[in-house]
Design a binder for this molecule. Structure first.
Ligand SMILES: [Zn+2]
Length: 245
């Protein structure tokens, strides 16, 4: 059951203090993330809540690889994988896969057909009832994963188990030229905001100073802002691309 917020046209506010359920105990969520840290930035609260409500959650990490930053220098692939595993543990996720290791920042060089097939196979394998894909932003990897994810979630008479396809955001959506159309979905994460922040902190090589977009402080403010929009204390915001009930 979903609590339809009639005051806020085209948006759903679900769970927590507002009542209503969005997740069923037999739901199987596939969360597709471009990089190690996007799961925490984007939907760490939702993941922790879905698990607490009895759902099965699998996180599919598109790639992880060595990166070089102005603020940190070289960060090895091994470090990033270790941070990802710690984040998974913090969120309570036991099912995850890494699809294309070593392709960080080069996901746009992988043929879309290959990526779509990989996503198709995962959905078919776990019979996903809900699929979450990233908002396309300035980062080419995020656009590649969004486009392949969008294609993989095409209408299919063979995938009648799939009832929700949604896009999650992360702070870099403030620098995106492409708008994703879809109904707004606010998921109450008041009980999971601390876990979300802890998961982000596992990515020590990725987090920045307090006034940066990619900081734990900003992430908390972001969830607070989305919460206020939805009449909640803390929320994560999604765009629903398809929903079948
Ligand atoms: Zn990313």
């Amino acid at each position: 059951m979903v609590d339809k917020d009639l005051d806020d046209e085209q948006s759903l506010v679900v769970g927590g203090k507002r009542g209503g359920r969005f997740f069923n105990t037999d739901d199987r969520l596939l969360v597709i993330v471009p990089h190690s840290d996007d799961e925490a930035f984007g939907c760490g609260g939702m993941i922790a809540r879905a698990l607490a409500e009895g759902c099965r959650v699998k996180v599919l990490l598109a790639t992880v690889g060595q990166v070089e930053f102005y603020h940190k220098g070289v960060v090895t692939e091994e470090t990033r994988v270790d941070e990802f595993k710690r984040s998974m543990k913090t969120l309570g996720v036991t099912e995850y896969d890494i699809l294309f290791p070593g392709k960080e920042s080069f996901l746009d060089t992988i043929p879309q057909k290959e990526m779509i097939k990989a996503f198709d196979d995962q959905m078919e394998y776990m019979k996903s009832t809900m699929v979450f894909i990233p908002y396309p932003s300035a980062h080419q990897d995020h656009r590649a994963v969004f486009e392949a994810g969008f294609a993989a979630c095409r209408p299919s008479a063979d995938m009648t188990y799939r009832r929700v396809v949604a896009v999650y955001e992360y702070p870099y959506v403030v620098h995106a030229w492409q708008e994703v159309h879809g109904g707004g979905l606010y998921i109450d994460i008041e009980d999971y905001i601390d876990r979300k922040i802890e998961a982000l902190k596992c990515h020590e090589s990725q987090i920045r100073r307090e006034n940066h977009l990619f900081s734990p402080e900003t992430l908390r403010m972001w969830a607070e802002m989305r919460g206020r929009e939805g009449g909640l204390k803390y929320a994560e915001y999604f765009r629903i691309l398809r929903m079948v009930v």
